[in-house]
Design a protein around this ligand. Structure first.
Ligand code: G3I
Length: 379
């Protein structure tokens, strides 16, 4: 109890200190300071960070980022593991954190085929529920979350990953039971629950032409029906070389902007260890056995790879800065290398280096270079 009280007092104290400094001046040598006026810069929080158990991480986050999203705790199987049983402990703490530091808070995610609990789709006899029942359950889930955080969560990822790379529909249980209308229903329910919240569609591998076209079509379709959609989230789980090809990624930024929605780069990280196939994207259902050649840098990165990682990050940020008038937010999927999902997916126990801060919580040199690039844009 005393530890909890201490943590709470620490977070409140730090919030007061930082917000009073922040009101006076955002440090220009921070990511958020340098990128101010271009786009929001965000990070995904894990449980330890949400609860303020990692004060070194809190300091970096508060100094450098003006947007947060929960990496896991708002997913349906975590927040509503059984019908009608909601666990808001972490999500409440996440939203309190964002409010305390005056951040742009993103809810991730209301409807996603993955990490959805089985009960959502099943009846008592173990058969799939009817369309009507699933719509009702979807409505309850969305309404409960969005109303709870009304006026505090700025934007919701309403639907995540509804399309395959070629642009065809993913045969998720939502799609199979409800049909394509599940997307517009989800957006409607979210809008009814908080008419002021921004509503986003989010997907991976958005550089694929087929997916780009389907997402543009979806935006146009929702708009033509008068259904609110504010933005498209482009996940950016990337590799050092070809994934994603930046020219195609840029075409998608331009296409979504031309469709009249905000572009959010939602999940940026750059793996330096082998992907198992060219198009592995971010599908989380795979689970491969660990073997040594797949974990080439357990004791540190050779200089040549550090430089390649640095250059690849700069290519991304040069693109984001060039297109900053079309981009509302860039969010990195995690803070420090040791905490990234890349270390445990699709193989457990590897050592990856995909983020902006290393295992000692030191900023990689690329952070200073991003700041410089952003500052030089003004000159
Ligand atoms: O919390 C349990 C822990 O109790 C247990 O001991 C441990 C054993 O493996 O698992 C822990 O849960 C893991 C959880 O992350 C928290 O670390 C899950 O197994 C693991 O599957 C889960 O992975 C998350 C994954 O989504 C699936 O939800 C990653 O952290 C998260 O980074 C990743 O994020 C997704 C986005 O939501 C959507 N886009 C793709 C992106 C990357 O896959």
């Amino acid at each position: 109890m005393r530890t909890k009280l201490f943590k709470f007092a620490f977070i409140v104290g730090l919030a007061i200190l930082v917000s009073s400094c922040a009101r006076e001046e955002t440090p220009t040598d921070s990511l958020k300071g340098a990128l101010d006026g271009k786009f929001l810069i965000g990070t995904a929080l894990n449980s330890i960070q949400i609860y303020g158990d990692d004060s070194a991480a809190t300091e970096i986050i508060v100094r450098n980022f003006n947007s947060i999203v929960a990496e896991n705790c708002m997913k349906s199987e975590i927040i509503q593991p059984e019908e009608g049983v909601f666990d808001f402990r972490q999500s409440d703490a996440m939203v309190d954190f964002g409010v305390a530091y005056d951040m742009y808070i993103v809810g991730h995610c209301l409807i996603w085929h993955s990490q959805a609990p089985d009960w959502l789709f099943m009846d008592a006899g173990g058969k799939y529920v009817s369309r009507e029942v699933l719509i009702e359950r979807m409505k309850t889930h969305i309404t409960t979350l969005v109303e709870r955080y009304k006026g505090r969560v700025d934007a919701w990822i309403v639907v995540n990953e509804a399309f395959l790379d070629d642009g065809s529909w993913r045969n998720s249980r939502f799609y199979d039971i409800i049909g394509p209308a599940y997307i517009e229903l989800a957006f409607q329910f979210a809008h009814e629950a908080d008419p002021k919240a921004e509503l986003l569609y989010n997907d991976n591998s958005m550089f694929h032409e087929g997916k780009r076209n389907s997402v543009v079509e979806l935006v146009n379709d929702l708009k033509s029906k008068g259904i609110r959609i504010d933005g498209v989230g482009m996940q950016a789980h990337s590799g050092l070389d070809s994934i994603p090809p930046l020219d195609e990624f840029e075409k998608s930024i331009e296409a979504f902007d031309a469709a009249g929605v905000d572009v959010h780069v939602t999940e940026l990280d750059i793996t330096v260890i082998p992907l198992l196939s060219r198009d592995i994207g971010a599908e989380v259902s795979a689970d491969f056995k660990y073997w040594e050649m797949m974990d080439p840098y357990p004791n540190g990165l050779p200089d040549s790879v550090s430089i390649a990682l640095h250059d690849r990050y700069m290519e991304f940020f040069d693109l984001f800065l060039r297109q900053h008038d079309k981009i509302k937010r860039v969010t990195v999927w995690g803070l420090t290398d040791d905490q990234s999902w890349r270390n445990y997916w699709p193989i457990q126990g590897r050592t990856d280096y995909p983020l902006l801060y290393d295992r000692n919580y030191d900023a990689k040199p690329v952070v200073a270079d991003i700041i410089k690039a952003a500052q030089s844009l003004e000159e």
